[in-house]
Design a binder for this molecule. Structure first.
Ligand SMILES: [Zn+2]
Length: 94
């Protein structure tokens, strides 16, 4: 006997806990954050970011690092602290 699955029509695809194309994703994410992604790349990354948990985290991390770097350039403040922050982020992420 099979237990009927709850109706899942119209729901989002299941979140992937592991990314099998991380290098690719990272490249896309960096292109987007640099504002150099093409329409196609943007669409691909967007679709992936909706279902790929590690990529969402990677995107947020990259974005944060980029923002920190921008701030540092603007304010010219404490690079040691910045590096420490980024390192902690990367460690907690991986
Ligand atoms: Zn991915």
């Amino acid at each position: 006997m099979q237990t009927p699955l709850p109706s899942s029509s119209g729901t989002k695809p299941e979140m992937k806990e592991h990314c099998s194309h991380r290098a690719d994703c990272l490249k896309l994410i960096q292109l987007i954050l640099d504002g150099e992604a093409t329409e196609q790349q943007l669409a691909r990354a967007k679709a992936n970011l909706e279902s790929c948990k590690p990529c969402i985290q990677m995107y947020q991390l990259e974005k944060e690092v980029k923002e920190l770097l921008t701030k540092r350039i603007e304010k010219r403040c404490c690079p040691e602290q910045l590096v420490a922050t980024i390192k902690t982020r990367i460690l907690s992420f991986s």
